[in-house]
Design a protein around this ligand. Sequence first.
Ligand code: G3P
Ligand code: MG
Length: 250
Amino acid sequence: MGLKLPKVIGHRGACAYAPENTIESILTAADIGAEWVELDVMLTQDGVPIIFHDDTLDRTTNGSGNVAETPYATIRELEAGSWYADSFAGIKIPTLEEALEILIDKNLGLNLEIKPTPGRERETAESALDILSKYWDDHEHLLISSFQLSCLETAQDMAPDWYRGVLFDDDEDMPENLRDLFEYVDGATVNIGKKIVTRELVEDIIDFEKPVLVYTVNDAQLARQLQGWGVDAVFSDCPDVIAQNLLKVH
Ligand code: G3P
Ligand code: MG
């Protein structure tokens, strides 16, 4: 029993090879042998949890404007592949439900990152967890994470037994006492950005006796260095390349 993390988690699916956070990206991750993927979940204006990263639609779709101000009926008509490559033209933004069906079919583990628009933190976590609870029963292969403490608190209230990961991107985000925060949300993992990772920080977290995860690692040499420091898993856009280049023992 316990969280069954792999050494490499596909970031936004396998977004070096297919448009991020799409069904095609999840399928590609499965095809190249990833065991887990990380996906971002956000809410549309009318509260539908979708798999999407940015606050706005502009970068990765043919739409524009804020996701949080756009109803699902509009979002489902958008095209989310051409920005990446013509061969992906016509693909759609998946709902969380659609993504979960594929993940379960492909036997992939999931790190679901809850990305709320400001002011909708609890609602976003509640909606995502409501759907997850209908589909997902293998909690050894599920990690809920967020940069937002209130999303983790909501997850703790709704599903205390599901594993939670605390995310940090910047030094400014790091609390004075990381252990207190970690214990407060009863975290299972600490997930940190590579720009703030140091050997000292990794060793501090290892003292909590919980896994340390680092994102986003696309360089094999960095992956091996982190592995040598005791990092348990890395998120990568090209999980196959990183998995092939890790040291065999750890
Ligand atoms: O969960 C790890 C990583 O995905 C966090 O940053 O911006 O890629 O969602 P971002
Ligand atoms: Mg993410």
